[in-house]
Design a protein around this ligand. Structure first.
Ligand SMILES: Nc1ncnc2c1ncn2[C@@H]1O[C@H](COP(=O)(O)OP(=O)(O)OP(=O)(O)O)[C@@H](O)[C@H]1O
Ligand SMILES: [Mg+2]
Length: 375
């Protein structure tokens, strides 16, 4: 029997739970052509939510174009990916792709390649120099297609924080914003992790994407929803878990979407009929063990002040880390050192800041750290 728990890839129908409010808000933004910026720490469920909403709203008149900045080296690769995704997302037959590939370009001469399965393997490429001069044509492609076809398009760009790896990220943002702000029938949904980085893109007045649209901070799925999700998933496969143990699973990993699914899966695999507390505890041990190499490496790469900062967090100190008492106790040096360590830990995505307080970002790392590192 297949496990009812899924992790490691986005979920949209099977394995997807709740998010009713967020679905409603995002759906409404898509339908009313309002730009959205969706932010959350890693693995909380951004990609899954967008995929789910895309699935629900797509009609002949409303098309969703999805692309991912992960793995794109530079701005030029982005334009190529945007052109490919736009044409794919707005035409259903490959003959249409070929026509669209020619029809919608004026300055650029696209090269179209179809793979052995033309329904799926379609790529469009350009002469790099030509593209550098006429990149606007690609940025305006979705809008041009939307107008010509009398449809509305939502362009969803995942892992948006990756633009920081491009050579001139600020110039790139300016270019996007200056074209996109004129679009009427196309809107954008930009989403990604590295919360502090994404926030600085959208919240600083000096940044091109300031006030670009509705900023949504995805929150965690509630404990109550997780409990009923876990119980139902076990029931559907003729296994049983009671609400106390379902609550225990979610609480061990602090309701973190990915880990709730992963730990539930591990418990499910080890259970024949009824879940017991010892199965949950053993599964947690396995989870810690599986991640130990990664966590050891992350910890070895910390400077002594970063390590001291995490030790303080592990002791439950989430605010006032630059107070004299905390600095003395953890030998953090000075408040400047604390600020520097905090910044580095944010960059490494090991901590997050909520209401001016610092927290471990990865709940399983926190458990591991508390057990093996805390002095
Ligand atoms: N609504 C949901 N219901 C149940 N499980 C979910 C839900 N959303 C996310 N998950 C679980 O969390 C995992 C991570 O989700 P997803 O990839 O959508 O997150 P993300 O925020 O896009 O992550 P990343 O920051 O790595 O891109 C999924 O594989 C799934 O196990
Ligand atoms: Mg994602």
């Amino acid at each position: 029997m297949k496990s009812p728990f899924l992790f490691g890839r986005s979920v949209s129908t099977e394995g997807f739970t709740n998010r009713k409010k967020e679905i409603k808000r995002l759906k409404s933004n898509f339908q009313h052509c309002i730009n959205t910026l969706l932010i959350s720490p890693r693995r909380w469920g951004k990609s899954s939510l967008v995929k789910r909403v895309a699935h629900e709203v797509t009609t002949k008149k409303l098309r969703i174009v999805q692309l991912d900045l992960l793995g794109l080296q530079d701005e030029m690769e982005f334009y190529k990916a945007l052109a490919t995704a736009t044409i794919k997302g707005t035409s259903s037959k490959f003959e249409e792709w070929v026509t669209a590939g020619k029809e919608f370009f004026k300055q650029l001469t696209p090269k179209i390649s179809l793979g052995p399965d033309p329904m799926h393997d379609f790529e469009i490429s350009f002469d790099w120099q030509e593209l550098e001069k006429n990149y606007q044509e690609i940025l305006n492609l979705p809008e041009r297609i939307a107008r010509k076809k009398g449809i509305q398009i939502v362009v969803c760009i995942d892992e948006f924080q990756n633009l920081a790896n491009f050579k001139q990220p600020l110039l790139f943002q300016k270019r996007l914003r200056s074209e996109w702000q004129h679009h009427q029938q196309t809107c954008y949904c930009l989403y990604g992790s590295q919360q502090h980085m994404m926030m600085s893109l959208f919240e600083r007045q000096s940044m091109p994407f300031y006030k670009f649209g509705d900023v949504m901070y995805l929150s965690k799925i509630s404990r109550k929803d997780w409990i009923s999700f876990i119980i139902k998933a076990f029931d559907s496969t003729r296994k049983h878990i009671d609400d106390v143990l379902a609550d225990h699973i979610a609480s061990l990993v602090q309701d973190h979407s990915y880990y709730v699914q992963q730990l539930s899966h591990m418990v499910w695999i080890s259970t024949e009929k009824n879940v017991t507390r010892s199965i949950v505890e053993e599964s947690l041990e396995n989870l810690l063990e599986q991640n130990a190499i990664l966590y050891t490496r992350d910890t070895e790469n910390l400077s002594s002040s970063q390590l001291a900062y995490l030790k303080a967090l592990a002791d439950g100190i989430s605010a006032g880390l630059s107070s004299k008492a905390v600095i003395d106790k953890y030998r953090l040096g000075s408040s400047a050192t604390v600020a520097k360590a905090k910044k580095a830990l944010l960059n490494k995505e090991l901590i997050e800041i909520r209401n001016s307080q610092s927290f471990f970002l990865d709940p399983v790392y926190e458990l591991w750290f508390r057990r093996f590192i805390r002095s």
